[in-house]
Design a protein around this ligand. Structure first.
Ligand code: PEP
Ligand code: MN
Length: 366
């Protein structure tokens, strides 16, 4: 059971609500404060045999906005059928919510300072301040490029600062990477921000999920797990949230199947509205790791453009897409990278679809 308080409720009132809750047998409480965009929420979680706890006595408090009985399993990330509970978050000047849209084009793997510089310069020309950059790469073969790790962070962060990049989505595959990133950001004078990315292979690495959840400095993007259900993947987000970090984005990146598909993974953009309905989380689509190659439709549009468009028209809040100044020499995932020359067209295409989505939403509200 969750008791949602109105904003600015004085501490003695909060204490009275807590005292009443804890007067029921076996009930303990946890207080959670969520700093959302334009709004902060205080919620009191009742833990224990809450079926025996009536809602009415709590609803009588002046400071209580509503009492929600949790019927779903996502205690922290769930919507609990309450539309108003979705608050979003702000990080390093960028707002993330189920209403916003940000493009994160960038390098699958950082290879050279020159390529980082060229990529960031191209983003800056388009007014884009969010990107992706892989330093720690989980690879299927131990003989493939594993990423430059912490060695590339100093120049990556410095160049990000120079080109006005505010947020870099960066995968971590080990708890130690969080500290390495934090230290490198500090050493560089925090010229940019990092959104920690949990890759598909780590959606059930519970210790890593707890580690990114125990820090609240950097937000976390959790990618859909490989070979597990959507519910199991959303539970990865619940792990992060229950650790204390509520600034989470969920990313759809296709699902592995064995149907001889034309794409690297079976594209799952149909789940954008599903995840937005079930949770409070902003939803990202990764067309690059979904599609995995540069197929062009009969209409002349790359499949990666099509999947991006399908994600945006379904309400996606973030697009994580691979680009590279020279895909033919990329050390990881070159075949799915867009070129910097294709980027303006991509951004333009995304904007067309976003306008259509906004119009669809306006009509749905009428
Ligand atoms: C990535 O985004 O670089 C990546 C490895 O993606 P995924 O975990 O979805 O395979
Ligand atoms: Mn990749």
């Amino acid at each position: 059971m969750i008791i949602v308080l109105k904003s600015q409720v004085p501490d003695p009132e909060v204490a009275r609500v807590v005292a009443l809750a804890e007067s029921f047998p076996g009930i303990s409480t946890e207080i959670h404060r969520i700093e959302g965009v334009g709004r902060s929420l205080t919620e009191i979680y009742l833990l224990g045999p809450t079926h025996a706890v009536p809602t009415a006595p709590f609803e009588e408090f002046e400071g209580v906005e509503r009492v929600v009985r949790i019927t779903q399993r996502y205690r922290f990330i769930g919507r609990h059928d309450e539309a108003g509970l979705e608050v979003g978050f702000e990080y390093n000047g960028v707002e993330f919510s189920q209403q916003t849209l940000h493009l994160f084009p960038g390098l699958c793997a950082v290879d050279t300072p020159e390529h980082v510089d060229q990529t960031f310069a191209a983003l800056a020309r388009l007014g884009i301040t969010t990107t992706r950059a892989g330093a720690y790469k989980p690879r299927t073969s131990p003989y493939d490029f594993q990423g430059h790790g912490k060695a590339c962070l100093p120049y990556l962060f410095e160049l990000a600062g120079e080109h006005g990049i505010r947020v870099i989505a960066m995968e971590v595959t080990h708890e130690a990477h969080i500290d390495e990133i934090r230290r490198a950001l500090d050493a560089a004078g925090s010229p940019t921000g990092v959104m920690l990315q949990i890759g598909t292979r780590n959606a059930q690495n519970f210790e890593l999920l707890k580690a990114v959840g125990h820090q609240t400095e950097m937000p976390v993007m959790v990618k859909r797990g490989m070979g597990i259900t959507l519910e199991e993947s959303l539970n990865a987000c619940e792990y992060v949230a229950s650790g204390g970090n509520r600034r989470i984005v969920f990313c759809l990146r296709g699902v592995k199947s064995h149907l001889g598909d034309p794409h690297r993974n079976f594209v799952d953009v149909a789940h954008v509205p599903v995840v937005k309905r079930q949770t409070r989380l902003p939803v990202c689509v990764d067309p690059s790791h979904s599609v995995g190659r540069r197929g062009t439709g009969a209409d002349g549009l790359l499949d990666i453009f099509h999947i991006t468009a399908q994600g945006i028209i379904a309400g996606a809040n973030m697009i994580l897409v691979d680009v590279h100044p020279r895909p033919e020499v990329a050390l990881c995932d070159g075949p799915q990278a867009l070129t910097l020359e294709e980027l303006p067209h991509f951004v333009d295409d995304a904007a067309i679809v976003r306008r259509a989505y906004e119009e669809r939403r306006r009509r749905a509200e009428r």
